[in-house]
Design a protein around this ligand. Structure first.
Ligand code: ADP
Length: 493
């Protein structure tokens, strides 16, 4: 037998997932780790704990399944993106905790960079907007605030890495300091056109190039994990969202996936075209299997499944997220609209002052209408982002591949298809992120070809649009009207 092992290093847990050579899951182990919140807006992880939990799930998985190590042909890594670790090159000891993508401590520095007119530079080189989310300002913070760090960095004694890089460093005993294009493209230091670290941006952030890893395509022989006398090659790396795009077999331009979790993450493959967005999307690097870059447009929705949590936890109109389907199906009219702008609106509106609202209430509006409207808001927001993608890329899609917790809701999936007017394809294996990392590694190891990958991803259910286009456009027009009325809501005059 041949197996491929995916290490899925997420924000709250480390997982190991073993795939057989048919792409079926042979086993999964998962372990949570500690979240540190040292101050309001700060989020940290202990890099050693990340490594220990990741190693532990790997060790128990192979031990408990009694898989001969020789049958594991390659390892693929997928990771929480942007989270930043800086460590001492000599000792391998981190100089500070990992600063997590959610951490807002560098917001002030980001504002300063914007005030100094750096937005255009950052956008054209990296495809990103200046934001505390990305790794660059986090690395800057560590160099500025950890005693002795700046000095050591200037002497070439420190190493920077996103979580993939940190794990590989640990797995290879400090031999390999490397990342892939997808992770590099989220650092705000990497020029996505020249595929090199960008001197101007490094100067802007005060990060010496000696700290930075080498960068390779996502399907590549990155190094070997020496475990119990076996050298298992590490042959795939990708940041979680790009791994999911690959795991959904969105391999060509115009193929897109949307992940429906707490928020939504949508990515569209734009092939070798590096498109600047004019609609508030990010341009980023997708997984590539050789030196030829592949690009993607990315848009996120802050509140998606979280609107269903709100129905459950704040309104208490449902007991479980899954119940929303039953109640939504009891209503057949669609006059109620809910805009879940609980924390402002992201792409394509980018209005931090927008707030949530429910429209169209009448004397006979009941809880079911509101539940239905909450589900539909997820689909409407997805159409907003997809429309922005289509406009930026000049490509219209015919199918959307979906994954994430809320895709188990058939009502939502059917409504999504109806409101987009495209097919919505829910796969059998919804572990797209891990599957993507496994695909990348399996390709390099020669276990699979690109054709095999397309076969491995199988449709579990295809939702086809049944609404007339007049009805679709009329519903969407009313949604836009509802959004319009929430904009600027909380801004004080
Ligand atoms: P995350 O990775 O962001 O934690 P998951 O992919 O685990 O998210 O999905 C969980 C989210 O999906 C929650 O916000 C939950 O409210 C929502 N959700 C789960 N099941 C359903 C369902 N059947 N219908 C609607 N929403 C759901």
């Amino acid at each position: 037998m041949s197996y491929i092992l995916a290490l899925d290093q997420g924000t709250t847990s480390s997982r190991a997932i073993l795939f057989d050579d048919k792409g079926q899951i042979a086993g999964v182990r998962q372990k949570e780790f500690t979240q540190y919140f040292p101050q309001s807006g700060w989020v940290e992880h202990d890099p050693e704990e990340i490594w220990n939990t990741q190693f532990e799930v790997f060790r128990t998985l192979v031990a408990e399944l009694q898989i001969p190590l020789i049958e594991i042909k390659a390892i693929g890594i997928t990771n929480q993106r942007e989270t930043t670790v800086v460590w001492d090159a000599e000792t391998g000891i981190p100089v500070y905790n990992a600063i997590v993508w959610q951490d807002k401590r560098t917001t002030g520095f980001c504002e300063e960079l914007k005030k100094n007119g750096r937005e255009k530079l950052v956008k054209t080189r990296t495809g990103l907007v200046i934001d505390s989310y990305f790794s660059g300002t986090k690395a800057h913070w560590i160099l500025e605030n950890v005693e002795g760090a700046r000095d050591k960095a200037s002497k070439g004694q420190l190493r920077f890495g996103t979580i993939d890089t940190w794990l590989i460093w640990k797995m290879t005993g400090g031999e390999c300091h490397i990342t892939d294009y997808t992770n590099a493209s989220r650092t705000m230091m990497f020029n996505i056109r020249s595929k090199q670290w960008d001197g101007d941006l490094l100067e802007m952030l005060g990060v010496p190039e000696s700290m930075l890893p080498s960068v390779a395509p996502s399907s590549h022989h990155f190094g070997d994990f020496d475990y119990q006398g076996n050298k298992i090659p590490i042959m795939g790396i990708a940041g979680d969202q790009q791994a999911a795009l690959f795991g959904q077999a969105c391999l060509g331009p115009g193929e897109a996936k949307n992940t429906y979790g707490t928020g939504c993450f949508m990515l569209m493959n734009t092939g070798d075209e590096c498109r600047d967005s004019e609609n508030g999307l990010l341009t980023t690097m997708a997984c590539s299997i050789d030196e030829d870059p592949v690009y993607a447009l990315e848009g996120s929705i802050f509140i998606a499944g979280a609107a269903i949590q709100w129905l459950r936890d704040a309104l208490k109109v449902i007991d479980h997220a899954g119940d929303s389907e039953y109640f939504a199906k009891k209503v057949d009219s669609s006059e109620v609209y809910l805009v879940p702008a609980f924390a402002g609106l992201g792409a394509p509106y980018w209005d931090q002052f927008s707030r949530g609202a429910i429209f169209g209430l009448t004397r006979d509006t009941g809880k079911n209408h509101i539940i239905k409207a909450a589900l539909e808001s997820i689909a409407f927001q997805t159409r907003d982002v997809l429309a922005a993608m289509e406009e930026d890329s000049g490509i219209s899609i015919s199918r959307l591949n979906v994954d994430g917790g809320a895709t188990s809701n058939d009502y939502l999936m059917q409504f999504q298809s109806d409101i987009l007017g495209v097919e919505v394809d829910r796969p059998q294996i919804t572990e797209s992120t891990a599957l993507g990392a496994a695909f990348l590694a399996g390709l390099k190891a020669g276990v699979w070809t690109l054709e095999d990958i397309k076969q491995v991803r199988k449709t579990q259910q295809l939702f086809k649009p049944v609404l007339t286009s007049e009805r679709r456009e009329s519903l969407y027009k009313t949604w836009k009207k509802a959004v319009e009325r929430t904009l600027n809501w909380s801004k004080t005059e």
